[in-house]
Ligand binder design. Sequence first.
Ligand code: AGP
Length: 612
Amino acid sequence: MCGIVGYTGAAPAIPILLDGLERLEYRGYDSAGVAVVDPRTGLQIEKCKGRLQFLRDRLEALPPLEGTVGLGHTRWATHGEPNDVNSHPHVSQNGRVAIVHNGIIENYAEIKDFLLQQGVRFRSDTDSEVVAQLLEYYFNDCSDVMDAVYAVLARLEGAYALGILCADMPDRLIAARKDAPLLLGYGEGENFIASDATAIISHTRQVAYMEDGEVAVLTRDGIQVFDEYRRPIEKQLHHIEWDVSAAEKGGYAHFMFKEIMEQPEALRQTISPRLRDGQVVFDELRLDDGFLRRMKRIYLVACGSSYHVGMLGKYNLERFLRLPVEVCLASEFRYSDPLVDEDTLVIVISQSGETLDTMAALREARSRGGYILSIVNVVGSSIARESDDVLYTWAGPEIAVATTKAYSTQLALLTMLGLYMGQRLGRTSPEEYAAITAELALLPEKMEQVIASTDVYQYLASLYFNRECVFFIGRNLDYALGLEGSLKLKEISYIHSESYAAGELKHGTISLIEDGTLVVSLATYGPLLDKAISNIVEVKARGAEVVALTTDSNRERLEKIATHILTVPDTHPVLQPNLGVVPLQLFAYYIALHRGCDIDKPKNLAKSVTVE
Ligand code: AGP
């Protein structure tokens, strides 16, 4: 989704803004723009549709834009097609203010009507332009820009992270936030705003996360922050621990591949501090035994791949806790009148911690009295801050739109949480607990074996990259795993793909199987191996070519019936998807590579989905 970066300091703003925008590219965008305040000539704007490189080329062809205060923006179109005019920054009619915006102004039509009646002329089709025009409208009537800003915010409905520049105030920029991420970066003689820390990490590691309703005024000498009633507030500063190299490709062709390869280490970081002497230990958890004992139901709420983690979690948590666990898509949950009360645990899963649907579901659950425990990768993100409890996945920054290491760490952490609760409630057998924790400790090492060679995935991709449709089938955990394999394939290679519970085939889907249909059969879940084999036989009898994924110990049985075979090391059945997902990621990666797709930034997708 849209990315914002803002700078105020002593250095020329444009190179800093372009560098920041480049680091925000991963969020997904269709156009980009910058604005600076030139003390002599006022606001200078340059923006265009397409890749950031087009904007760079355009800027290089022009006389340099002077200014040490500025804003940059990458746009992911919601209102108005992607084109030069609809790109941000938007400037007001008389050029007094320029704004960048992430989010959706829901009542923009009503504000636009009002302004049109006042004679204001609009240039774009966006919801965002109303902010610039309304701001100038109020600013013309009062001498204080902050009066104007607060008057505007009082009229806006919807979600926004806003960066504001005023021609009359060439030394400062203003920021405001409601339901869209925005952070403040504290440097030496320079200060920043950004949608996330990757944009500014090469300049400062000291950040503060803006809360809803807050407004910040930044100059090169400092940052003042005010609450929604315009009272000054002190922000708590956070130090970003990870290094700038974590958000760079470091010699890899794609972030996605780098992140696949980083998975063993990400798992190590996530698991080892929480596994001591064979016991799962969560020092950071506040969830008490009193709540656990009265807990009657668990909801797992998430979107996309995080939802797929929830699908796997349902099987495992019900196994460990013998309690009803429901897994819900966040976008459905919030409108489903969910059965949440004070005895309900709501586990919210999100890599970014900023997904709007997930955030809205969290708020819905909280308003009904549920206890919110989130599993999040981005420290200080909105979901983390609004939860009763947070468990962080220590995956490091994930840049590729298609999630890999965040998924793997979410899955491991959710399993650990299930074991932890199961043990505290005395509902997980000590033998099972000991067997799984022993295997958890070995998971990073076993994953290293999976990624040690990629030849087989490259070979399979060379055979199947031009297919129009791929089926994934599996049972139980393998079914949930197939959902993720299928999503990986379709989101980066644009091949249509579906994942089916293998037992359902005979109830309809099997009619689609014909000579040469590619079926990826997941047969890693030992307890149901015989059933998986029967399903392979069924589809093969109808002409399917079958790529089977199983464990090393079952290779021989599958070799006899599958067209091609992939294996992963054996582990405890409940952890098997943690290893099984890696071949599916690599299969999707190499297919997308063969098809020449833009792997890290697939079309129409955004890393952090901050609109509904
Ligand atoms: C998967 O590869 C996608 N990036 C997407 O499905 C993602 O998992 C979903 O948008 C949820 O994002 P979150 O985990 O940041 O909330």
